[in-house]
Design a protein around this ligand. Sequence first.
Ligand code: THU
Length: 160
Amino acid sequence: MKEITITTKFSSFDTLQELPTDIQAIMEQAVAIRKTAYAPYSKFRVGAAILLDNGKVVLGSNQENAAYPSGLCAERVAIFQAGAIYPDAKIVKMAITAASDTNTTASPIPPCGACRQSIAEYEFKQEQPIEIYFMGEIGVVYKSDSLKNLLPLLFDKNFL
Ligand code: THU
């Protein structure tokens, strides 16, 4: 038997204002698009903003459905839209924010497992890491230099 330990790394910022202005700008766009979430069931609104290497910003918010699994998270709405509209652009940075209609979300909200897997696909496709920033409604912002920090032992095309 051999134990395997995997370490991962994040940076934590006490406030958004500690981050560079380009990150503040995309996080503010994520906050704005969060308000368009269609979340009548969970009352949990998520916004995502993706900065591409062509300077464009692509946005997404979560879209729910009465048949619950048919809805989609904000991160995947945004990243699939980026892939569809700008298939040759590289994703440089991604900002994610979440807020509940019923309480204040004060801790960083990480992307769900399915969104991590979807983001991973684009890192492999573009052969370049994606910086990911995530926060709640207020407070601390976490930064990851790559999706890989968020998904140890991830499944990718090399296994196929
Ligand atoms: N949600 C996201 O948009 N992104 C995530 O990474 C986690 C969850 C959405 C899905 C659903 O509409 C609501 O938040 C509650 O799970």
